[in-house]
Ligand binder design. Sequence first.
Ligand code: GRF
Length: 188
Amino acid sequence: MKRIAIFASGTGTNARNIIQYFHANPDVSVECIVCNNEHAKARDVANEANIPYYLISKKDLHETDHVVKLMRESEIDLIVLAGFLWLVPETLLQAFPKRIINIHPALLPKHGGPGYYGMKVHDSVIKAGDKETGITIHYLNEKYDDGQIIFQKSIPVEAGDTPETLAQKVHQLEYEWYPKIIGQLLAS
Ligand code: GRF
């Protein structure tokens, strides 16, 4: 049995999708959701799935070993970030080498780094006049959107696309590919 923790601080739609994908799989368990925003819908996702939800503060993450302990106690094999906007400290990275991944809603290294999140990413793609966009799944390191790339999938930016239409299309790509890549990583 492989155990996943999902770090999500937004609407948690990827978290919900990942939970549904592995629901009937006896080899993979989504153990908990870790969240840094008490107003995030991620809490509802955890409640619906009947799994623990841990609300953490910046201090918990950066000044204590609370999160490392939590992950070790839950025997987590893979930490999956899905809309978690804080950097992760060296202590957690070192405790889970190559076992923390993130998804970014564009083709890194373009449109990534500090300040590139949510609609800002898709605004940037449209403003740049790019002919394609997509998703990037990557290992986490100490910088924003910088770790080794595991997987990318692209789609064309079509005439008439807006940041909103791109956001929708890219979310669909995320739903299709993030669980599959997680499954592959857990099996490798
Ligand atoms: C996704 O677009 C992901 O690429 C980014 O944060 C967003 C989270 O979306 N890292 P949701 O909360 O899962 O809907």
